[in-house]
Design a protein around this ligand. Structure first.
Ligand SMILES: [Zn+2]
Length: 314
């Protein structure tokens, strides 16, 4: 404020002040698009671009499950600010408190907002908890780098209540739900939420829609199997981590793109081709048109390493 009193404040300084005050109140964050599947399941669709100064790290979908005595929120955003922004969106849907926050995996854009939900029980897979404790500081730095400023008040908080691999059925606030921890797919510690009575599967980044999937921390063969298993659930509404809601056909489309990609890399590997050569000859036109095409090269690298590791066992 001193610079404004001095009478020498430049337009730049005034502009910076305006931006800072807007972000301090969360007003500059893009509003989620709310898709209500039924009276108790509401999806808050976030921006699909990678974290930028414009979206301030708000780039994920969150799902609001309204039970009889409280709300179960799936994913909490990439910072304390984004978490508060999502909390405000929840309050526009219901006045019930958020009592449980589920983290679908350990990537910072999905869970660094946990800290905005004081008192809520944090839930994740066992492996996700381990990965949050191990990589939380790195993820905070990644998010701060992407948005180009510190994220005040943001600290990685690991879940207290964790689930092992497999399917665990519980009832929370009168809502029947299953926590499904598949074999490592998008990450080593994915957790999906199946709501059988609502015909909904909340998939985290095991599903993405019109966005290139991130294979960097993934396990491609397992991931393809998980996509098969989810199609067998018989649900109508698939909630991806990024992008619009998906149908079973959309899931089948992603499955076929992943399987084609994996087969292409494997074919190149068997012919002794370099990663660079494989990247050039691979038909990834379905992914090149999507958001985040820069991930394709890294995806080739990850699949190549997985195939190479498997070849040692053969
Ligand atoms: Zn992710």
């Amino acid at each position: 404020m001193g610079s404004m009193r001095s009478g020498r404040s430049s337009l730049l300084a005034v502009g910076t002040l305006l931006i800072l005050s807007a972000t301090a109140h969360g007003q500059a964050l893009p509003e989620p698009k709310v898709v209500s599947i039924n009276e108790r399941v509401h999806v808050l669709l976030g921006p699909i671009q990678h974290a930028t100064p414009a979206n301030q790290g708000y780039m994920i979908n969150a799902t609001v499950i309204v039970g009889d005595k409280g709300v179960i929120l799936v994913d909490s955003g990439g910072s304390a600010e984004v978490g508060r922004h999502l909390a405000a969106a929840v309050r526009r849907i219901t006045d019930k408190p958020v009592t449980h926050v589920v983290n679908t995996h350990h990537h910072g854009d999905h869970y660094l907002g946990n800290i905005a939900f004081e008192g809520a029980t944090l839930i994740s897979s066992e492996e996700c908890r381990r990965l949050v404790l191990e990589t939380g500081g790195e993820w905070l730095a990644i998010m701060e780098g992407a948005v180009g400023r510190p994220l005040p008040g943001t600290r990685p908080l690991a879940a207290k209540l964790t689930y092992p691999q497999g399917r665990t059925e519980v009832s929370l606030h009168g809502v029947r739900l299953a926590f499904w921890v598949p074999r490592g797919s998008h990450t080593a510690g994915d957790l999906l939420v199946h709501l059988p009575d609502d015909s909904v599967l909340v998939a985290g980044d095991v599903l993405v829609h019109r966005v290139v999937p991130t294979l960097q921390d993934g396990f491609v063969k397992n991931w393809i199997r998980t996509l098969d298993d989810m199609q067998a659930l018989g649900v109508a509404h698939f909630v991806p981590g990024h992008g619009d809601l998906m149908t079973r056909d959309d899931v089948a489309g992603l499955r076929s793109a992943m399987a084609g990609f994996y087969a292409g890399v494997k074919d190149g590997f068997r012919k002794g081709q370099s990663e660079e050569r494989i990247r050039k000859s691979l038909d990834v036109s379905v992914w090149e048109r999507l958001e985040r095409p820069h991930l394709i090269g890294r995806n080739v690298n990850r699949a190549y390493l997985e195939i190479e590791a498997d070849s040692f066992d053969e």
